[in-house]
Structures are given as structure tokens and as C-alpha cells.
Ligand binder design. Sequence first.
Ligand code: CA
Length: 311
Amino acid sequence: MRTTLLLLLIFQLFNFSTLLSQPVSPSYFVLGPFPIAEGSDNPDQKQQKVAFDAELLDPGQLSAIKEGLGQMYQGQSYQWRSMEAKEEYVDLDAFYSAPEYVYAYAYAEIFLSADGKRLVGIGSDDAVKVWLNGELVHENFIFRAHEANQDLLELNFKKGKNTLLIKVLDAQYAWGFSINFLTVDRLPELLETAASDGMLDRAILLLEHRADPNTVCKSGLTPWQAARIKGREDMCDLLERYGARSDMAFPAPEKLVESLFKTLLRREETRRFGPGGSKREDPLPAGLRLRQYRKRHSRGARNQIPHWFDQ
Ligand SMILES: [Ca+2]
């Protein structure tokens, strides 16, 4: 009996850990790719913002999304398709065969055993909007290479089913996103980066979620030391208010240099190739990709009212 209870406890702990330290969802239904601006090979930032702001669907009225459920847009039929997220990064670029100047929606249902605030990390390439249970909770009109947890959010989840809708807009090259529940053990590394970069609001959010300011991170530094090296007195003060120690020994200079070099290399690989270093290493010229994409998408009336239907 005692063994059974122990096994049950381990199972529960494992499940809890898996739930909170893994991506928010292991799979999505995705809808797209929609062109940012029909008839333009190189839509400008104003056109991209228009596409980012407008929605082709009502995030508050999503129900019974399933494989094959479709929508007409500009004379073209689009269908929700099931997509397994094989890794933390959801690679829309690979899934949709690398189109340019497009966007897509990803939908997931998340079942939780209790109400509560959760710290969520979002990474995207490029611009991203997020709706939780039909409510817009995040938007960032930005053009960047993906890194996990670029944006941190404290979100209110409810017990039972939660619906998550993500819109990701791509200008060029890599295209995708990640969205993770963050456990306490992942927070010190994020805090160290925030401390080094002087991001006070982000640091406060992490500290409020119990990020330990005295953890020695992969760089060999604690968050306080990372801030101290950059001369960020206000950040050091903040960290000290949350219990950071100022008397811990700094690592040897050669270890610091090695760590800095590795960080720079990783950032450069992400910038050039996307996360994992394998995405779109040698992309086709953007114009050629766009022409290939257009072959698959006939032109129709603009501003057509979306029409939902079952296939
Ligand atoms: Ca991109």
C-alpha cells in the first residue's frame, strides 16, 4: 500500500513537473498562411501593421475547431490543420514550406486542474498576438529572430478548459513561435539576462515569481553579479531588496571571457539561422519564394467577409 502511494506521488509530481516545464501545448490547430498584402512582393511596415491589427476570425467566438474546419478568404479556401509541436519551437516556416510576408493563427486547448496565475514565456519570429479564453492578453509588433521567453506574461488561467489563440506574422525568413509555462528553476537564467540588460520591469516580474537572485547561472555569474559588471546600480538595489547577496565570489576572468564568447556565438547563430541553427540557412531570394507562394494562392475579392464552414 505504501509503495503504491509512493508511486502515485511520484507519478503526480512527474505529471505536475511535465505540465509546468513543457510548452503550454504539445499540438496546435493552425490556419494560414494568409498573405500580408495581396499583390505586393514587398509590403511595407504600414501594410504589415494593418495585417497585424485586423483579424480574419473572432477570437471570442472560437468553438469546435477541428481538422478540416475551413474559412474562405479572398476567394481561397483555408483549413485548420493539426500540427504537432515536436520541440519547444513551433516551426510554421517548415510547416507551410517557407512563404514570406504571411501570417497564421495557432489554436490550442489547455486543461488545468486549478485556477491561478501562471508565468508564461513567449518567443516569436516575427510579430505576435495572444488571446486567452477569447481575450487579447498580449501583442508585440516586432521583427526579430526567435528566442524562447522573449516576452514574459503573467496570465490568469481557469480550472478546466482554456483556449489559446496565437497569431504570428512573418516578414521574411524564419517564422514560428514558442509558448511555455515557466517553472521556478528556469527563472534565474532569465533573471540574469534581465539584470545584465537592465530590464527592471522584467526583473521584478521574475522576482515576484520567486526567481532566486543568488543562483549561479550558466555564465558563472549570479544575476546580481551580471548587473554589477554592467554598472547597473538600480538593478543591484532591486535584486538586493529581494535577497540578492553582494558578497559572493566572482568567477575567474578566463571563465567569464569563455562564457561571453559562447553567448555571443549562440546569439549570432540564432540571428542567422533561427533557433537550433538549422532553419533557412541559405534561403532562396525572397522574390522567388513569393512567386512560388503566389502560385498556390489565387487572387480574389479584397475585404471579403470571412465565412466559416465545415468540410
Ligand atoms: Ca521572420
